[in-house]
Design a protein around this ligand. Sequence first.
Ligand code: GMT
Length: 375
Amino acid sequence: MMKIGITCYPSVGGSGIVATELGKLLAEQGHEVHFITSSVPFRLNKVYPSIYFHQVEVNHYPVFQHAPYDLALANKMAEVIDAEQLDILHVHYAMPHAICAILAKQMATHDVKIVTTLHGTDITVLGIDRSLTKMIKYGIEYSDAVTAVSDSLVQQTINMLDITKKIDVVYNFVDQTEYYYRSNERLKKEYKIKPEEKVLIHISNFRKVKRIEDVIRTFANVQEQVSAKLLLVGDGPEYSEMYELVKNLNIQDQVLFLGKQNDIAGLFSIADLKLLMSEKESFGLVLIEAMACGVPCIGTEIGGIPEVIVPGENGFIVPLGDIDNAAKHAIDLLKNNEKWNRFSINALNHVSDNFSSEKILKQYLQIYDAVLMGE
Ligand code: GMT
């Protein structure tokens, strides 16, 4: 039995989901898990007897222009390392979590090993911000082990930060006891989707990098040839502009803006195709969530997406911005039932073979064992 601390961004987002689900799996295996975060991770939605939550509190003193969250986090980490005698502190994101963990390790008296997982944005965005480059590099090099969610992210990290540290690829995973197809005709009816209509879906935090405009324009082409609806799930900075675009393209009757939703598996269960047209994506957790529900995917040739979609088997890959090709593949797949069924089964098998929680948990446990053995 290990005692494992986990720090992540607890709000909605792939890294928070992966970190929280990992904590739940570790607890189910008999390990003791301590979340050290600013608020309860959103997926920690029921009581788990061997999961503890330590809240980082930041005081706002008038003398500080900015509240010192990172220092408060490092202090809390050091407190928990000593009080709970943590074996491992697994942090998600180098900035600032790995730096805080290294500082905490130096302050604590109990020896702890630091495992850092890179999720993408810290490297792709912060890696080019010169004011933080040195610090990200430090966080990576002084962690006891580092993982990244795709091979593409490992290469990018090495190239951008000139890193010599070994980085292991550990892919995102999905819990197939939660993400599976369930018949959901009632929901389709409630959304006024006709039985013969195909459903395309996009789920994201509506940031510019997600290129939702390309999703909408692809759909606009598709619906000229296939009777279809587009579900846009999530919220974020691009929301209003995308709403306007849909109106300007005069497809507002076919596009449903659903905002943030909790029952993602329920929504994938009424979908026929998932679109992810991002310009940056280190993995694309939503792709495997979709595939676990039997939904084929079309994505861009960016970051880790080609490590998830197998073109011609469970979906298609198109060059960034190539909405014509994306629409062509979508129409072809949606018009061909036999092909769609094959892609759907392949998608399910692809998840079971490569991205199951059992498989990925085993990889993380091997990494924990290795650092504890001093390898
Ligand atoms: O994609 C986002 O905007 C959210 C971001 C996050 O911090 O949760 O997602 C990143 O981590 C996920 C989990 O590892 C990956 O599946 C996403 O691809 C990655 N996002 C980007 O690289 C843009």
